[in-house]
Design a protein around this ligand. Structure first.
Ligand code: HEM
Length: 128
């Protein structure tokens, strides 16, 4: 959810002219917000490229720095469902199988409307 957020980019249209930091935005400007970039921003994350889920027990990023489900009034309504489903699925699969990336597989991201894995993610499963 941090390093490969499915919603890697979000779009908004400015309802009126405004300023954002040093930038002037005309009315109707398209604004792209990238959770992907914020989730790896070295200003906010210690060792940002490293996969370390435990970081969340000690690191608490500021608001809107970690936003895999967006934020504000348009926050994903499926968030609790998606998190419960993913946790149950992972716990169920991992209890039964050991998963290993298939040999000679190059993991490459493919940013479309959602962030995908180019050519899928072939895994070898061995029963535990
Ligand atoms: C890992 C799974 C999911 C991710 C990463 C995700 C991510 C997001 C994000 C980032 C937004 C905000 C879009 C924006 O601000 O422009 C959003 C909105 C939304 N999501 Fe999800 N979502 C997930 C699962 C689901 C599920 C399971 C459902 C439905 C059961 C769902 C329904 C919605 C709906 C209806 C909105 C629009 C809410 C609104 O505009 O008021 N999502 N989602």
């Amino acid at each position: 959810m941090r390093l490969a957020p499915p919603a890697w980019i979000l779009g908004r249209i400015a309802v009126k002219a405004d300023t954002l930091g040093e930038y002037t935005l005309p009315a109707r400007a398209t604004i792209l917000i990238s959770p992907y970039t914020m989730h790896r921003h070295p200003r906010y994350w210690h060792d940002p490229e490293m996969f370390d889920p435990d970081r969340f027990s000690s690191e608490q990023p500021p608001r809107f720095v970690y936003m895999p489900f967006g934020g504000g009034p348009r926050l994903c309504i499926g968030q609790p469902f998606a998190l419960a489903e993913a946790t149950l699925l992972l716990a169920t699969i991992i209890q039964r199988y050991h998963l290993q990336l298939a040999p000679n597989t190059r993991v490459e991201m493919e940013p479309q409307i959602t962030l995908r894995v180019k050519n899928g993610l072939p895994m070898e499963l061995t029963r535990r």
